[in-house]
Design a protein around this ligand. Structure first.
Ligand code: FAD
Length: 421
């Protein structure tokens, strides 16, 4: 229960992060309401790979990443693409990204992330069981597969960071891999299984069920676009939206990749960018892996979902406004057929669906989580990049700690909004 008395709290954005934050605030005795500009759960939280990977402590920028960039950019099937016209806009972010990847910094970033992502499934469990959504969560682990011993060796630092943060792994050779996932191509000769990880078979349904429970328990949702905040002195009185003001004692900014202008109105500058990602789904596929499986070189994940097989991944740097380049999604199909040779060589178009979404990303791969500079009444909780589904449950708990005046249950100093100067 809230230590400082119940507050009326407006949570801006009904993605996985916002819905988890609203749910934890409600469980804490606050009167929470969501403000959503579009459809709840239809942002980045819609089409991701659905993995709850507590082991995902490795930042995107690590020593050596930058060496791979030219190769990735010229490979049409590669995991990274950049719209050259967007280069001037994203250049300062890229400079910060490269600077974040020193050996010392990546060890610190991984240490900071582990308490946020490690307890993900534990922090999600009470929400999921209250919402009757247990059928959507599976704890079968996460399998990383490699085409050569050399490529596994190149990931040495990635596994070192996971191991030093308490992640336990099982390694498999080619024969063992075959037994574990018979559908996988014989080109894969090494596998690493992280048993602690889990996944959802429908990210959208998960958000929707959590939201439904929140609404049944007295929560509200306002369909509007948040634009700013109203104050009496330094105390928040309302959240300003395109349909009018909504009275609030506290506000949480969980608008994913669209959060930057909301922080800017309070004088906080954060280098938030979007790393656009794609998915391609095959309904009624000929084969599916049992466990979510990541092609470590191709940097995509194959996840068994309720409605079919989802290949998700790739990073495209092109900003929020550019239209999707569906060739990026088609690449995933080409890669996926190589991963799972039992898939048909072609599928009727009605069985294929594609999606593009905006990962909200900071250059140091850490979210922005903490009070605004202007007032403790506005708390930021955005920028979870590649791990937002996983980090959402703990983020929600931390937001409730802050609003209730309790010390956060983990160290949130590395996520400070002001760390970019
Ligand atoms: C291809 C791909 C695969 C991924 N795979 C995984 C994975 O396996 N595991 C994992 O942990 N993460 C994964 N991610 C990352 C994850 O999807 C995101 O980090 C996470 O969904 C972000 O959640 P969010 O709630 O912050 O943002 P969103 O889901 O984008 O929600 C933000 C919401 O805010 C609303 N909004 C925006 N502006 C306003 C405003 N002004 N007023 C009101 N509402 C507003 C939007 O409409 C939206 O509904 C993946 C991402 C991609 C693209």
């Amino acid at each position: 229960m809230a230590a400082t008395g119940a507050k009326r709290v407006g949570v801006i954005g009904a993605g996985m992060v916002g819905v988890c934050a609203a749910s934890w605030l409600q469980r804490d005795g606050h009167k929470a309401f969501l403000i959503e500009a579009g459809e709840p759960g239809h942002g980045a939280s819609f089409g991701n790979a659905g993995c709850f990977n507590g082991s995902s402590v490795t930042p995107m920028s690590i020593p050596g990443t930058i060496r791979n960039v030219p190769r990735w950019l010229i490979d049409p099937l590669g995991p990274l693409s950049l719209r050259w016209r967007y280069l001037p806009a994203i250049a300062p972010w890229l400079v910060r990204f490269v600077r974040a990847g020193t050996p010392q910094k990546v060890h610190a970033q991984a240490r900071a992330l582990r308490p946020l992502v490690g307890p993900s499934l534990e922090a999600l469990r009470p929400l999921v069981s209250a919402a009757g959504a247990e059928d959507l969560i599976h704890r079968l682990g996460h399998l990383y597969v490699y085409r050569s011993a050399e490529s596994l060796a190149k990931d040495r630092l990635v596994w070192e960071l996971r191991r030093e943060n308490g992640v336990e792994i099982d390694e498999f050779d080619a024969d063992e891999l075959r037994q574990l996932e018979p559908a996988l191509s014989r080109d894969y000769v090494r596998g690493v299984l992280v048993r602690e990880n889990g996944h959802t078979s429908s990210p959208l349904k998960l958000v929707e069920r959590l939201l439904e429970h929140f609404l049944h328990s007295g929560g509200e949702i306002v369909h509007a676009r948040a634009r700013g905040f109203r104050f009496d002195g330094s105390r928040l009185t309302a959240i300003e939206t395109d349909t009018g003001d909504h009275a609030a004692d506290a506000a949480i900014v969980c608008a994913g990749a669209y959060s930057k202008p909301l922080a800017a109105v309070l004088g906080d500058w954060v280098p938030l960018e979007t790393e656009r990602g794609y998915h391609l789904m095959i309904a009624d596929p000929e084969v599916m892996p049992r466990i979510p499986t990541a092609d470590a070189d191709g940097k995509f994940v194959a996840t068994p979902m309720e409605t079919g097989l989802r290949f998700a991944g790739t990073v495209e740097l092109a900003g929020l406004a550019a239209p999707p380049d569906w060739r990026r999604a088609r690449i995933l199909l080409e890669q996926g057929r190589k991963m799972l040779p039992g898939l048909a060589a072609s599928h009727p178009e009605e069985r294929i669906s594609v999606w593009m979404g905006h990962r909200p990303s900071l250059p140091d791969s850490l979210p922005v989580l903490g009070p605004s500079r202007a007032t403790p009444d506005v708390v930021y909780a955005f920028g979870h990049g590649h791990v937002g589904m996983t980090a959402a449950p703990m983020t929600g708990k931390l937001v409730a700690d802050l609003v209730s005046g309790r010390p956060p249950s983990i160290d949130i100093a590395p996520f400070a909004p002001g760390r970019f100067g």
